[in-house]
Design a protein around this ligand. Sequence first.
Ligand SMILES: [Fe+2]
Ligand SMILES: [Fe+2]
Length: 475
Amino acid sequence: MSAINYGDRIPNNVNLNEDRALQRALEQWQPNYLQWWGDMGPEGSKDFEVYLRTAVSVDPQGWAQFGYVRMPEYRWGIFLNPAEQNRRIHFGDHLGEPAWQEVPGEHRANLRRIIVTQGDTEPASVEQQRHLGLTAPSLYDLRNLFQVNVEEGRHLWAMVYLLHRYFGRDGREEAEALLERRSGDQDNPRILGAFNERTPDWLSFFMFTYFTDRDGKFQLCALAESGFDPLARTTRFMLTEEAHHMFVGESGVSRVIQRTCEVMNQLKTDDPARIRAAGAIDLPTLQRYLNFHFSVTIDLFGADQSSNAAIFYSAGLKGRFEEGKRSDDHHLRGQTYRILEVAEGRLVEKEVPMLNALNEVLRDDYIKDSIAGVERWNRVIEKAGLPFRLKTPHKAFNRRIGSLAGFRIAPDGRVVSEQEWAAHRDGWLVSEGDRAFVASLMGRVAEPGQFAAWIAPPVVGINRQPVDFAYVRFN
Ligand SMILES: [Fe+2]
Ligand SMILES: [Fe+2]
C-alpha cells in the first residue's frame, strides 16, 4: 500500500489504475492543472533545474528523494498514509463506530465544503508567492521557495483526488473551480481572507510560511482526526510536507534577525534609520510584520462562536488538535469555553458552550504553538546581547472575523478609539514606508553560497548538501 507507482501518468499509492473512470477523470484534470501552474506558478522558472525532494513512499523514514527537477515536470501525485486496521471514529455523535470509507450521505455537503476550503488555500499560496523567485536572497532560499510551491501544488492534488473519488459530478466541478479562483481577484477571489493578501517580499514570505503554513498544520491536524478515513489519511501525509514549510519560515525569520543583530552590534545602535541605512531590517519593522501576519492568520480559524464548528465536530468530520491524546469524553456536551468580547469599552471573558467555541479552541492551540517559535527567535536576539524582544500581539488585535471584528484593539489588548488607532496604526502594523523599504532590499542573488546583505546564511544546507551548493541551475 505504501509503495508509490511512478509508472502511471499520475504517481499514486491508491491503485488508481484499478478505477479507470476515476483515472480518466483525473487525467483530464491534469492538463488543466499544468496550465494553471504555467499561468500562476512561479514566474519565469520554467527552465530552471531545482534540487527538489519528491515523495517516493509514505513511510515516515525515507519518503523523500532529492534530485534536480524542472518544475513543470515535477511528479505531482496522490499519496495517502496507509489505512489503519479497524480504525474507529473517536469523537462526536458517532464515537466508537467504524471510520467511514465512503462519504455518509447526511454529511456530504459539509465534507465537500471542508475539503474545498482546505483545497482552495493550496493553489492560493502558490499564486501569492509567484513573483518571489525574481528576488530570492540566495539559491538556497530560491530552492526552498520552489519546494514549498510544488508541495502546495501537491496538496491541491490531494484534495482534488478526494473530490473526484468521493463526490462525483459536483466534486469534479469543485476541482475545476479550484483552478479558476485567483488570489486577490476582485471577481473570483480565493475563499479565505489571508489567502487574498499579497506576499510581496521575502520577509512576508518567511512570516507567511511561519504563521500561515502553521494554520495549515492545525487545520490538517484537525482533519487528520476525521471520521472520514480517506481525508484523515490524506492529511496525515500532507503534514509531513508541511513541517518543511514551517521550517522555511522559522529559520528564514531567524536568519533575518541574526543579520540585524550583527549590524546592530557592529554599529552599536538600535536606531532603525541607521540599521536600515546599513541594509538590514530593524527589529521594530520585524515586529510590525509579525503583528500583521499573526493577526491576519488567526482570523483563518473563523468566528469565535460557530454552529458549523459544532456540527463538524459532533458529526465526526473535524476533530480538535490532538483529539486522540485528550482525556475528556470527546462529546463536549455541557462543557464550556471562554471567549473574548468587548463590554463597556474593554475586553471581558465570556463562557459559552464548548462545542460552539471549537474554532477558538483550535485558535488557542495554534497561538501556543506560534509563541514557542517567537521565543526561539528571541533567543537569537538574547544571544547577541541585545535587550529587544519580539512579542505576539494580543489575540484581539486587528481582527476582522468574529465578535472582536469592528473594534479597535491595541497589540496589548486595550480597546482604543478610532483616533488612537489611526495615530498608532503605522507603529503597530506594516506601513507603506516599511513595505517600500523592505522592497528596496529585494534583488536576486544567484551565485552559489552568496546571500543578500539583509539575511544571514543558514547553518546547514538541504539534504546535507553544503550551503554553497548549486540548489538551482539556470538554463
Ligand atoms: Fe498546503
Ligand atoms: Fe504549506
